[in-house]
Design a protein. Structure first.
Length: 116
């Protein structure tokens, strides 16, 4: 799978509110599929399993089988990859732009306060 395909799968996975809710539920520790179903009362078990499958394919969920139980663990590394590729550089660019604006504002204020 290419890097672009990987990011497409990741954004698809993050694009649905039920999948984001599942990630919120497992961010503090792994949950069994049964426990997730019990907390996602508006979704049936089959739907939860389908959402978990999408999350697993995107690399956001790692499944561990313990006997009859299926434990779902968060793997935040793909989200970190998004942060490194887009959020970090865009945030740095935005900070540079804000700094430039503040510099301009200071320059204009200095010009306004100088004797004519």
């Amino acid at each position: 799978m290419s890097t672009e395909d990987t990011f497409d799968a990741l954004f698809k996975a993050l694009g649905h509110r039920a999948r984001r809710r599942i990630l919120d539920l497992i961010k503090d520790g792994p949950q069994t599929t049964g426990a997730l179903c019990a907390r996602l009362t508006d979704l049936d078990r089959c739907t939860v399993m389908q959402h978990l499958s999408v999350l697993e394919k995107a690399g956001l969920v790692v499944v561990e089988r313990r006997g009859r139980e299926r434990w779902n663990h968060l793997d935040a590394l793909p989200i970190h990859d998004v942060q490194k590729r887009w959020i970090g550089p865009y945030a740095a660019h935005a900070m540079t732009m804000l700094s430039d604006i503040e510099g301009l504002e200071t320059s204009v204020e200095a010009d306004d306060n100088s004797p004519a």
